[in-house]
Design a protein around this ligand. Structure first.
Ligand code: APR
Length: 234
């Protein structure tokens, strides 16, 4: 059975990583337009760097939770038949042990050089405009996909969604495309679809089944259930 899991900010909420569309609609006190667009970066690069530098250092202070660990356990059993597509830029899936993770919106712990297009693992600040280790030019930007930019890995994502027997969406509001359209793509190719989220997402009507609650409880329970089914079928 081929399983594709889409995760959003809700899966990291119980680890202490704020989600995007909380009550105030601000992203940690910033309007998204101020910090997550190429225009914002051209207009005020220091504001953007300070924003992501703060998130990068905050990330070093949080840990994966039970939902991340449950998906890592599922990968141990399903191997190449499981792919986690995440909208998150944190590294909590990998720190929980997942290897088959596709970061469609980029990664906080990576820097992208606008001069040579090189990518480098980055754990410290970018606001001091450090030189690119590859070409030496001081054009390193956060390796995250901003609004108006094309997400990473879309060709592979389309293929994997078309092959999926089961598509599961965890901790995402379904407010942002193209991720919000993945359920319809998977459905079109005959996948069964399941939503695990604190509340109904904007796309909840597209799911065969929806379970609402905290990911830290829902995901381990769903993984145990799937592994039991897989076990009794074998
Ligand atoms: N367990 C499960 N779901 C949760 C939890 C939790 N503990 N806490 C919050 N949620 C749910 C919320 O109900 C909401 O539906 O997670 C969802 C988070 O939604 P958003 O904040 O909109 O985050 P996400 O869907 O990942 O945003 C998509 O938007 O801003 C861009 O690029 C950014 O990747 C992000 C994209």
């Amino acid at each position: 059975m081929k399983v594709v899991v889409l995760t959003g900010a809700g899966i990291s909420a119980e680890s202490g990583v704020p989600t995007f569309r909380d009550a105030d609609g601000l992203w940690e006190g910033h309007r998204v337009e101020e910090v997550a667009t190429p225009e914002a970066y051209d207009h005020a690069p220091m504001t953007v760097h300070r924003f992501y530098d703060a998130r990068r250092s905050a990330l070093l202070g949080v840990q994966p939770n039970a939902a991340h660990h449950a998906l890592a356990r599922l990968e141990e059993v399903l191997g190449d038949d499981l792919l986690v597509i995440t909208q998150n830029i944190d590294d909590l899936h990998e720190r929980a042990g997942s290897r088959r993770v596709l970061h469609m919106h980029g990664e906080l712990l990576s820097a992208l050089c606008r001069a040579c297009d090189g990518r480098v693992r980055w754990e410290s600040d970018l606001v001091d405009l450090p030189p690119c280790p590859g070409c030496g030019v001081t054009e390193l930007r956060p390796d995250v996909v901003w609004f108006g930019e094309v997400p990473y890995g879309m060709d592979r994502i389309s293929i994997e969604l078309a092959r999926a027997d089961l598509f599961v969406s965890i901790g995402t509001s379904g407010a942002v495309y193209p991720a919000a359209g993945f359920v319809q793509h998977a459905l079109r190719y005959g996948a069964r679809t399941l939503e695990l989220n604190l509340e109904p997402s904007e796309g909840t009507a597209w799911f065969h089944e929806a379970r609402h609650g905290r990911a830290g409880e829902l995901v381990p329970h769903w993984v145990e259930e799937l592994l039991e089914t897989a076990h009794s079928a074998s």
